[in-house]
Design a protein around this ligand. Structure first.
Ligand code: HEC
Length: 443
């Protein structure tokens, strides 16, 4: 152990695995950003308050008194008396005069605000009435976090992806994606504004785009597409009626597939952000989706226990589903050859099917973990399959035989597994928020 870097070396029959680096992802408040956060918090607090107390009469459909509070822009447009507030001067703001009863009728119409709520509005206006983003309707439903958002001390690492350049890793956590520099384990960029836990991240094959997905449970799925050049947000895709659990770029980078708890798989045009197609047929949550290496087919694994193969151009399901699994499937992986698909989940088995033009056939299966299996990933050379389980083990399997080659014990569940494009580095992200890098050497 030196300078926060743990190095561990493991040699087994055909893989050498060295723990390169363990990073404790820190979520301590950032002092230099304090001022900005206070401002944002005042806007968030005001928006939440307006959503609770005022929105029902001042929205897109019902504009009582000619005032619409649906978005910050419509609020500032105001009613017949103009903007309802004067940024920086709460004393002169009509909204304040009305909630305090100095101007009739008192707002909220037929009710009143507590003093501390009025103070919240005043603080926001006196801070210059900074804009909030989004729509009040949504804020109301989401029940925005309190003024000091309570972020879990150590949010889980729910997803990981390597940039094709090998030197950068994207880690999806609670409401943000961290771009971690592999030369020193430090966070280079933090991409925020994500709705909730970022459950899936993926880079396009040319490395120019990063897609990060999640959404609000029981409400909607969300994907943000970022430019890796300057980390600007290019699109926010909203679709699905529940969280997105898995995403995949097509090999050309033109299409993005998403799978959701809402039983659906969707395909999106990356350039325009438009939805292209919906794949219906699963009867439960779809936890994993992948493109074949040619980009012609999609494969999805679902809690309905099946793996389905889809034709991308028609949206049709090809062949019969692979239905050997005895319980929910959580994860699948496409072998680099495009000929094998591995899937696993609650029944603790890893199964591998061989794909052909006519269909698929189960070729190998093994009882792999003592508890449900969370993730599977193939190494780029196609020789090794790596699995993580709720038994807190990570296992390495010979693909040819599905023989166990090596086991690594973990401090917690490994929710995210990613192998670098060269196959040399394995990154593990855990439920306890820790992240480790292992060096792998095949021989
Ligand atoms: C139950 C319905 C209702 C609720 C809730 C409500 N309002 Fe109103 N609001 C009205 C009506 C009705 C008018 C028009 C009053 C009039 O014309 O005399 C109005 C008018 C206004 C106006 C004047 C617009 C203008 O320029 O003439 C403002 C500002 C306003 N409301 C702010 C608020 C705020 C802030 C809240 C929440 C704290 C709120 N309202 C909650 C019904 C409501």
């Amino acid at each position: 152990m030196f300078g926060g870097i743990t190095v561990k070396s493991v040699v087994c029959s055909s893989v050498t695995i060295v723990l390169l680096l363990s990073v404790e992802v820190m979520f301590a408040p950032r002092a230099q950003e304090h001022a900005a956060e206070v401002t944002n918090n005042s806007a968030a607090a005001a928006a939440k308050l307006l959503a609770r107390n005022c929105y029902s009469c001042h929205n897109n459909v019902d504009k009582k008194g000619g005032l619409n509070l649906q978005t910050y822009a419509t609020l500032m447009k105001g009613g017949p008396h103009g903007a309802p507030l004067v940024p920086g001067d709460s004393d002169k703001s009509r909204m304040i005069l009305m909630v305090e009863g100095f101007l009739e009728p008192r707002m909220p119409y037929g009710g009143f605000l507590f003093d501390e709520d009025i103070q919240t509005l005043r603080d926001w206006i006196d801070a210059g009435a900074p804009a909030w983003t989004g729509d009040l309707a949504r804020m109301k439903m989401e029940n925005l976090p309190d003024i000091q958002p309570r972020i879990p001390v150590k949010p889980e690492i729910a997803s990981l992806a390597f940039h094709p350049s090998e030197r950068l890793l994207a880690a999806g956590t609670y409401k943000e994606v961290r771009l971690i520099d592999l030369d020193n384990g430090k966070t280079r960029v933090r991409l925020s504004e994500h709705a909730e836990s970022v459950r899936a991240v993926a880079f396009s094959a040319d490395g120019s785009l990063l897609a990060a997905a999640g959404g609000m449970p029981t409400r909607y799925g969300e994907v943000k597409i970022w430019s890796t050049k300057d980390w600007t947000l290019l699109h926010t895709l909203e679709g699905h009626n529940d969280c997105i659990y898995s995403i995949a770029f097509s090999p050309s980078g033109k299409l993005l597939a998403t799978s959701s708890y809402d039983h659906l798989v969707k395909l999106w045009d990356v350039e325009t952000g438009e939805e292209v197609r919906t794949f219906t047929g699963h009867s439960d949550a779809v936890f994993s989706v992948a493109f074949d290496p040619e980009g012609k087919r999609l494969v999805s694994a679902s809690a309905d226990r099946t793996v389905k193969i889809w034709d991308i151009s028609t949206g049709e399901q090809l062949f019969r589903a692979f239905s050997e699994s005895a319980a929910e499937l959580y994860t699948l992986a496409f072998h680099p050859s495009g000929q094998l698909v591995a899937a696993a989940g609650v029944d603790k088995m890893i199964r591998i099917w061989r794909l052909s033009e006519e269909g698929g056939q189960l070729v190998r299966s093994t009882f792999a973990h003592g508890s449900p299996i969370i993730r599977l990933v193939f190494t780029p050379d196609g020789h090794t399959l790596i699995s993580s389980g709720e038994d807190q083990l990570v296992k390495f399997w010979e693909v040819e035989t599905l023989q166990e080659k090596h086991v690594e014990h973990q401090s917690d569940w490994v929710l995210a597994l990613a192998v670098s494009p060269s196959g040399k580095v394995l990154a593990l992200g855990r439920y306890d928020g820790s992240l480790s890098f292992y060096e792998m050497e095949s021989n």
